[in-house]
Design a protein around this ligand. Structure first.
Ligand code: HEM
Ligand SMILES: [Cu+2]
Length: 603
């Protein structure tokens, strides 16, 4: 019950991690299924419709329900600790964000039970997603993502306010850990990108459910309109996924190199610049649409520009490792593995940015290879690094390092085996999203076979990680506060896991890498910025769950033209909002006497 009503950022963070993790496994399983289909020519393991559904669900789930929520889990858990805050700015809203994400995600996946999943690709281009996709599949997509998107937007706004308002005394913006900086820029991108997407899928819902004509060329609508709206969201979305991973690297690498991050200021500006440029390049996904050469050239050049700030980051990490004595833990291995894999994705990105050459690459496996190098080589590696790095902080136990390293090597090898070869598959003409291919085309059989074997290896690596988590869960909680011994930021100055109220007294920040500064000064705890006093805590609430269920019912009602269900669903929402507005919730206080002596000294 406690977990359903909680508004504690740490518990919500764990909820995000667990839910995102389950969706990650589901989407991974979908990928393995359609990779089995592509293992042999003219295979009939899956039929075409099922293949399309699995590809669509794989991409959509990975992006919206796995990668981003897992990153939100880390934001939620770690940010307030790094900033020295009691919680995020709006704990109630935080819970609401999680529950709308969960129920939106469930709606998206409802087709597994009712038959008819989304099948038009994660890009949902009309008319493929309108006229040519009868049934409820794409309604689950547009309405499910609408609801999940509310959660994402709410979460992002919450993180922005937290970062602007809740930093401990002394923590200026330029003393903020880089992970917090990337969370900040990412959240700003989410606010702009997800608003555009929300409008786009609302229009799609109108076209599908209410016979609208936004994207219907036959009656004066415009299909290209969708592509623009989609990619104004879609391109920043990939930066939304990669910037937090940059932030994770910028924490993990200095900790294990036992050095401060090289070029902190340039890292901050590079992050902001990447965020800004990320909005200037969306039409590089549309070079073959026929926008004309001027537009193509502008978007090509803008895209190539992004390589500059990204290169700055890569070099800064390398200079951080340089002449430090890097400790090889699973976390640092994933962080170091990130660098070459992600860079290769960046290089093919610049190749794709050449508009003329893109006529050859477009819609082939070259693109699939490219974005998996960025997303799996980058984001997923970052997520694994973060998981091993912060796991002891969150659960009080260190994951097994031997099993962790096995996971790393299997995953790294499996990943390159799966996707490296797809560059060639693409260049010799294998189109993306085809459910089978003819026998006897030079190299196709062998390369597709190898690719599938690689996918199995990644699957095995993930299973070993699960075993690792189970084994670790059975061990006693014995992680030190500063488990990795060389922690630099403030989360390492508190017990693992931290008490509900985080720091007993709000800490005083005396420099960049606040905890490192204190350790250097010979202190074994953060210097407090306030006297010990009663700690104000918010009460839990059941309303966020009920509100999300209301939205879920309303969504189902809309797609089935069931007016009463829609009104009922929105009614539930409205009643909850009224209750929340009318009933004052003052929260409660924790008495300092109660916590005296409970604070664990950081060693
Ligand atoms: C288990 C590892 C993975 C394997 C084997 C895999 C495999 C694939 C393949 C073969 C496709 C292309 C299918 C086609 O176009 O015919 C694909 C599409 C896609 N994948 Fe993955 N993938 C994996 C992990 C991921 C991850 C971690 C993400 C994101 C976090 C991701 C995001 C996507 C997206 C966005 C698409 C495009 C879907 C679409 O075309 O609508 N994949 N995946
Ligand atoms: Cu793009």
């Amino acid at each position: 019950m406690d977990w359903i009503t909680t508004v504690d950022h740490k518990k919500i963070g764990i909820l995000y991690l667990v839910t995102g993790g389950v969706f990650f496994l589901l989407a991974g399983l979908e990928a393995i299924l359609f990779r089995i289909q592509l293992m042999y020519p003219m295979n009939d393991f899956l039929d075409a419709q099922t293949f399309n559904e699995l590809v669509t669900m794989h991409g959509t789930t990975m992006l919206f329900l796995a990668a981003l929520p897992i990153l939100f889990g880390f934001f939620n858990y770690i940010l307030p600790l790094q900033l020295g805050a009691r919680d995020v700015a709006f704990p109630f809203l935080n819970a609401l964000g999680y529950w709308t994400f969960l129920f939106g995600g469930l709606l998206l996946n409802l087709g597994f039970f009712t038959g008819g999943l989304p099948d038009s690709g994660w890009t949902a281009y009309p008319p493929l997603s309108t006229e040519y996709s009868p049934g409820f599949g794409m309604d689950y997509y547009s309405i499910g993502l609408q609801i999940a998107g509310i959660g994402t937007l709410v979460g992002a706004i919450n993180f922005i306010v937290t970062i602007v308002n809740m930093r401990a005394p002394g923590m200026t913006m330029m003393r903020m850990p880089l992970f917090a900086w990337t969370a900040f820029i990412t959240s700003i991108l989410i606010v702009f990108a997800f608003s555009a997407f929300g409008v786009g899928i609302l229009m799609l819902t109108f076209d599908r459910v209410f016979d609208g004509h936004f994207f219907n060329a036959a009656v004066g609508g415009n299909v290209i309109l969708w592509q623009h709206i989609f990619w104004i969201f879609g391109h920043p979305e990939v930066y939304i996924l990669i910037l937090p991973a940059f932030g994770i690297l910028s924490e993990v690498i200095p900790t294990f190199s036992r050095k401060r991050l090289f070029g902190y200021t340039s890292m901050v500006f590079a992050t902001a610049l990447i965020g800004f440029l990320g909005f200037m390049v969306w039409a590089h996904h549309m070079f073959t649409v026929g926008m004309g050469s001027v537009a193509n050239i502008l978007f090509a050049v803008a895209t190539m520009l992004i390589a500059v700030p990204t290169g700055i980051k890569i070099f800064n990490w390398i200079f951080t490792i340089w002449k430090g004595s890097l400790k090889l833990t699973t976390a640092s291995l994933f962080a170091v593995g990130f660098i070459p894999s992600f860079t290769m994705g960046g290089v093919t990105g610049v190749m794709l940015a050449m508009a003329a050459a893109d006529y050859q690459y477009h819609d082939t496996y070259f693109v699939v290879a490219h974005f998996h190098y960025v997303i799996v080589g980058g984001t997923v590696h970052g997520i694994f690094a973060a998981f091993f790095y912060w796991f002891p902080k969150m659960f009080g136990r260190k994951l097994n390092e031997t099993l962790g390293k096995i996971t790393f090597w299997l995953f790294l090898i499996g990943f390159h085996l799966t996707f490296f070869i797809q560059h060639w598959l693409g260049l010799i003409g294998m189109p993306r999203r085809v459910y089978t291919f003819l026998d006897g085309q030079t190299g196709w059989n062998e390369m597709n076979f190898v690719s599938t074997i690689g996918a199995f290896l990644m699957g095995v690596a993930t299973i070993i990680l699960l075993i690792n988590i189970i084994i670790t869960a059975m061990k006693p909680k014995d992680a030190e506060a500063d488990t990795w011994e060389d922690g630099r930021t403030m989360e390492w100055a508190m017990p693992s896991p931290p008490p509900v109220y985080n720091f007993k007294q709000t800490p005083l920040v005396r420099g960049l890498d606040a905890w490192w500064v204190e350790k250097r000064a010979g202190n074994d705890a953060m210097t407090p910025a306030e006297p010990l006093g009663p700690i104000h805590m918010p009460n839990g609430s059941i309303l966020p769950v009920i509100m999300s269920i209301g939205l879920f019912i309303a969504g189902l009602g809309i797609m089935h033209h069931a007016t009463w269900a829609s009104i009922g669903g929105f009614g539930i929402l409205a009643v909850c909002m009224i209750i929340r507005s009318l009933i004052d919730d003052p929260g409660y206080y924790i008495d300092p006497a109660e916590i005296e002596g409970k604070e664990v000294k950081a060693s």
